[in-house]
Design a protein. Sequence first.
Length: 149
Amino acid sequence: MANDLNRVTIIGRMTRDAELRHTPSGVAVASFDIANNKTYTQNGEKKEQVSYISCVAWSKLGELIAEYCKKGAQIAVEGRLQQRRWDDSEGNKKSKIEIVAENIQFLSKPKEAAEQEQHNGIGQDVTGKAPSYEECSEDNPFSDDDIPF
């Protein structure tokens, strides 16, 4: 019998801060949701479709997500899909599909770092225009003849 493939990679923004809990044995588990946007055109009108994806991360990865990924942060999540089934308090059958994160990439800076840079003026375009070629080339020790192509 062949092995099945269960891999997923998604990029999106955190819809809320991750909720960090611990199992009775002390293992950390973080739950969070990601909003993934798709833009398309229909009848000449630009439309947007948003999917909300539930994710869970265990152990150290869960702790890192809870500490550094806050609402609005853009992250890439790689992992596998998992379906959970349970009966609620009224006896109704419930089901949920979520991504079990195995690897993440922070695609936006942590909020505190971004706020600090903004406060210090780093990364801000004060004039609203890009610097000219002359402004960029003043400190550039290379000439066009140095470019190998």
